[in-house]
Design a protein around this ligand. Sequence first.
Ligand code: R5P
Length: 327
Amino acid sequence: MKADMIVFSGTSHPDLAQRIATHMGKPLGRSETLRFSNENIMVRLQDNVREKDVFVVQTSSHPVNDSLVELLIMIDALKYASAARITAVLPYYPYCRSDKKDEPRISVAARLVADLLQTAGADRVLGMNLHSPQIMGFFRIPMDQLLAAPIFFDHFNNVLFNKEAKKDWVLVFGDAGAAKAFAYYADELRMPVAIMDKARMDHSEKPVVRQVIGDVKGRNCLIVDDEITTGGTLVEAANKLMEVGARKVVAAAVHPVFSGNAVQKLVNSPIEHFIVGNTVPVAAKIAGHESRFEVLDLSPLFARAIGCIHDGTSMSDLFPPSVRRQG
Ligand code: R5P
């Protein structure tokens, strides 16, 4: 696109937005979010955006509903200020787990979020490791999904498998959904896999792990998943893996949501180490336990993707080869 580009940050994750802007060699656009006594929000842009290619970085983190509304109001302000194109950059997509109508009379809020973004005036959306790919289909505007894999693979290959050889490890999918979403991890990393047979009986956020499918006895287990919310899935999985003879367990997830007492539960579990992305703010939550967590900076991928969107060039190079072949 010929127009100048400018990146703004909502108030949900300024650290990530600043990192993205730094990788792009640009200052963040200036804006202020005013919160009134009646809880209404007003956004004022302090930089000119007339005819510019604008990117707004806003993740879904506490307070989730305020963050979403702030994003919609930022887009509204950009629209009124004559931005040429507005791309909502959503490192962690709001309401991503509400993505299907699999029970009678339930809401599908991830689709509603797509409707709201388009109504507010977004022209494009950029996300990362969506809970399910159908979220892309909720949009009538272009929606690009980044995968954090290249940065995770670098870490696995250069740090994790340097300490103990890759042949001692098995890749474990936390559930059938993760097995489908992360199948390319096995292709790219060339590792044997195991799958946890996990079920959710209700909406209590307490999953039950019934069995491990695959051989983990005497092996190091690397569990991969898209997000850690309550930590229940991982803790149940790790307990089961140790029960059936795993040597040790390490967990990797893109979105460290860490709700409630998740961090405490995780550090008290048999999981030795956690490798997570920085799609949501995490530093305060893991304070005091930093030695157990590796937080990978995913901002270079966002910066490169934003560059591709602005220049109108292919994003293929940002994806692992096996995913590229499918696409
Ligand atoms: C499930 O469908 C997801 O892939 C994650 O396993 C889940 O969101 C993790 O949630 P929690 O940490 O609350 O078990």
